[in-house]
Design a protein around this ligand. Structure first.
Ligand code: WQD
Length: 342
C-alpha cells in the first residue's frame, strides 16, 4: 500500500516510516517541521535504502491535502501530526484544539471527499485520565484531565461518529492509544529529539547521561507504588511502529471504528528506569526527589489483550532494549539531528 504519514518526520513518525518501508509499503510524508527536523527523513531513507516523498505543510491545509490525494495514490493515512505536551496544552488550549482537533477534522473531511477511506489515528492513554484500576482496558471510562488529552478524545469521537454515520460510504478508523513510547531504532540513526528541556522521563535521563543536564528531578517519591515513584507502561518505539503496520494491514477496508491500547502490559517505576539506564550506559545518573508534578497519576499500564487477539501484535522488546537503544541514539547524536540544540 502507499501510506500518507502526517508528522512523518517526528519521533514515532520516522520509526513508523522505517517499519512501513521494511514491510514493503510506500511512504509519503506530510510534515510542517514545527517539532521535527528534515534531517530525520534523510536518516529514514538511509536506513531503508528507499526514497520518501515529502510534502511540507500543515494537516489543516485542505488544498494541500487535496493536492496530495490528487498526485499520489494514497491507500491509507497514518496521522501523527499534532502537539503533545500536557503542560503546554494547559497554557494554550485553543492552540491545541485548533492544531489537534480542527486539523484532524479537515483531514477526515478531505480524505472522505477524495475517496481515501482508512485512517490510523495516533491517540494516547491520556484519554483515560486517572484510571480507577490497572491494567487499563479499552472500554474503561474516558476522563482526560487536560486539554491535550481532551483533544485526543475529541478526535476519537469525531472518527467514531463519522464511521457510524449512515451517510458515510464506508470508512475505517483505527484508534491507537499509546502508553509511553521510548527507545530508538537499533541503527542509532533516528531517535527522540525533543526541542528544549524534555518533558518526558526517558529523553531527560538520556540528556543527563550524555552530560547535557546535571541531574534528574524525580517528581515525587510518595506514590502508592513499588518504590514510591511513578509507574508507567513504557513501550519500545519500534514495537509501537510495528503495531501501526500490523493495524493498517489487518484492518484496511474493515469499515468501522477500531480502538486498541498499544502497551506492554507491565509497569516500570522512575527509579527502575534510572537504574536500567545507568546499567546500559555505564554511567551514574544523578537525581533528587522533588514535589509531585501537577496532573501526574501514581501508575498506569495497559491491558494489551485486544491488540494481541485482534491484530496478532504484541510488544517484544524489553526494558534493556529500550534503554540500550536510547543510549545508542543519544551517545551517537549528542545534539540530536542538529547542532542548534540548547
Ligand atoms: C513518566 C514518569 C513522571 C520527567 C506523558 C503524557 C502522555 C504521553 C507520554 C503523549 C512520571 C516521571 C518525568 C521527569 C520524572 N505523551 N518524571 N521526572 O507523564 O506518563 O505521559 O508522556 O502522548 O500523554 O502525559 O510521561 O515521561 O512525562 O513521565 O520524575 O523529569 O516519569 O512523574 O511518573 P507521562 P513522562
Amino acid at each position: 500500500m502507499q501510506i500518507l504519514v502526517t508528522g512523518g518526520a517526528g519521533y514515532i513518525g520516522t520509526h513508523t516510516c522505517v517499519a512501513l518501508l521494511a514491510a514493503g509499503h510506500q511512504v509519503v510524508v506530510l510534515d510542517n517541521f514545527s517539532n521535527s527536523q528534515p534531517q530525520a527523513l534523510a536518516r529514514v531513507e538511509q536506513i531503508s535504502g528507499q526514497s520518501v516523498r515529502l510534502y511540507q505543510g500543515d494537516v489543516g491545509d485542505a488544498s494541500l491535502l487535496q493536492q496530495i490525494f490528487a498526485e499520489q495514490q494514497i491507500d491509507a493515512v497514518i496521522h501523527f501530526a499534532g502537539a503533545k505536551a500536557v503542560g503546554e496544552s494547559v497554557e494554550l488550549p485553543l492552540f491545541y484544539y485548533r492544531n489537534n482537533v480542527t486539523a484532524s477534522q479537515t483531514l477526515i473531511e478531505t480524505m472522505t471527499a477524495c475517496g481515501v477511506k482508512t485512517l490510523v489515528f495516533s491517540s494516547s492513554a491520556t484519554v483515560y485520565g486517572d484510571p480507577h484500576t490497572v491494567p487499563i482496558v479499552e472500554d474503561f471510562p474516558l476522563l482526560p484531565t487536560n486539554p491535550y488529552g481532551r483533544s485526543k478524545l475529541m478526535v476519537e469521537q469525531i472518527i467514531g461518529d463519522h464511521c457510524a454515520s449512515p451517510k458515510t460510504q464506508g470508512f475505517t478508523g483505527i484508534v491507537l492509544r499509546y502508553f509511553n513510547p521510548v527507545g530508538a531504532h537499533p541503527s542509532g540513526l533516528i531517535g527522540e529529539d525533543p526541542n528544549g528541556i524534555p518533558n518526558n522521563l526517558m529523553p531527560f535521563i538520556a540528556q543527563v547521561a550524555i552530560g547535557r543536564r546535571p541531574e534528574l528531578s524525580v517528581f515525587g517519591d510518595d506514590y502508592p507504588t513499588i518504590d514510591g515513584t511513578g509507574v508507567r507502561d513504557y513501550i519500545h518505539v519500534c514495537d509501537l511502529a510495528e503495531g501501526h503496520v500490523r493495524a493498517v494491514e489487518k484492518l484496511h477496508g474493515n469499515y468501522g471504528c477500531h480502538v486498541f491500547n498499544l502497551g506492554t502490559g507491565s509497569g516500570i517505576s522512575v527509579l527502575q528506569m534510572v537504574q536500567a539506564y545507568a546499567a546500559a550506559c555505564g554511567r551514574d545518573i544523578p537525581y533528587r526527589f522533588v514535589a509531585r508534578r501537577a496532573g501526574d497519576v501514581a501508575q498506569y499500564f495497559a491491558d494489551p489483550t485486544k491488540a494481541r487477539e485482534v491484530l496478532g501484535w504484541q510488544a517484544t522488546r524489553d526494558l534493556n532494549d529500550m534503554v540500550a537503544s536510547s543510549w545508542h541514539w543519544q551517545s551517537t547524536n549528542p545534539a540530536g539531528y542538529s547542532s542548534t540544540k540548547d
